[in-house]
Design a binder for this molecule. Structure first.
Ligand SMILES: *[C@@H]1O[C@H](CO)[C@@H](O)[C@H](O)[C@H]1NC(C)=O
Ligand SMILES: *[C@@H]1O[C@H](CO)[C@@H](O)[C@H](O)[C@H]1NC(C)=O
Ligand SMILES: *[C@@H]1O[C@H](CO)[C@@H](O)[C@H](O)[C@H]1NC(C)=O
Length: 264
């Protein structure tokens, strides 16, 4: 993963990996570009925080939002990891099961579009639960992602909350190529697969919780879609079962640990 994709240098756009005047090509709309002007450049961090951290990331836990986490009592175990990565700004309201610690959290621009069109307070309330986590957004996947991502960036800045970093579209397209070359079939990788890949490159040990793309548990009991609600996910875009199979294959080789049962 490091030789294909190099997350430690290129996961997010930084002042170190792009210059004023350079063009950013959108990951999924490769005919469209955005020139890096002074204003955009000023929004970027000096270097990736992962680069500075890269030798000390240690044990990382990546938390999917699956119903399998509900009633798992895994919260304490999750919070013991050095780095906790969460996906798509989940509500942190079943903390006995999911923990409270968050170091990195991804945010989906298309979902946030609605949340920030009206009052900002509920969004700010939600964001407070993520403490000092870094927020990652794929602002340059499609051209329409840019505006909602910038809106989140400035809202969080206005309220002195988290820093938003933008995923480097070049990193994402290399990662897509990498997994296609391994035989994985998908339209786009899910944010879960992206963050597990990042963790595999940067962390000495990786544990997964809340990844289980089925509507029943290991005992055949029905499960909710997410640990926090039963809204079905949009399955059109992602190949969750195939990604999960990949996680299981890595688990059986001892490369990471997939946690499915109860923790205590
Ligand atoms: C990752 O990128 C940095 C900066 O371009 C480079 O110095 C480093 O050698 C790269 N690492 C690998 C493994 O390619
Ligand atoms: C969680 O456990 C409680 C207590 O045993 C039970 O009442 C509840 O239905 C369970 N929730 C889910 C979603 O399984
Ligand atoms: C947890 O958050 C979700 C999403 O906001 C909400 O639907 C659910 O009712 C909340 N549950 C509790 C117990 O607060």
């Amino acid at each position: 993963l490091q030789s294909c994709c190099n997350a430690s240098h290129n996961l997010v756009l930084t002042k170190g990996n792009i210059k004023v005047g350079e063009k950013i090509t959108f990951e999924m709309e490769t005919k469209k570009t955005r020139v890096v002007d002074e204003a955009l450049y000023e929004m970027l961090p000096e270097v990736s925080s992962f680069y500075q951290l890269c030798k000390t990331l240690g044990h990382c836990a990546v938390i999917g939002n699956g119903g399998i986490l509900r009633n798992s009592s895994c919260g304490e175990q999750i919070d013991q990891a050095d780095i906790v990565i969460r996906l798509n700004l989940p509500p942190l309201n079943y903390t006995t099961d999911v923990g409270t610690k968050t170091d990195l959290v991804t945010a989906n621009p298309s979902i946030l579009y609605n949340k920030l069109s009206y009052a900002r307070k509920p969004f700010v309330q939600l964001m407070k639960s993520f403490g000092h986590a870094e927020v990652l957004m794929s602002a340059f996947t499609y051209a329409f992602c840019m505006e909602p991502s910038f809106r989140v960036y400035f809202t969080l800045q206005d309220f002195s909350l988290q820093h938003v970093s933008f995923l480097h579209p070049g990193y994402l397209s290399k990662l897509h190529k990498y997994w296609r070359s391994k035989g994985l079939k998908f339209k786009r990788l899910s944010s879960g697969m992206i963050m597990v890949s990042v963790a595999m490159e940067l962390c000495s040990k990786v544990s997964l919780y809340g990844f289980w793309p089925f509507s029943f548990d290991l005992n055949g009991q029905p499960l909710m879609h997410h640990y926090y609600d039963n809204q079905p996910a949009n399955r059109g875009m992602h190949a969750m079962p195939l990604e999960f199979l990949t996680f299981l294959q890595m688990h059986s080789k001892g490369m990471l640990k997939v946690n499915l049962g109860r923790c205590s």
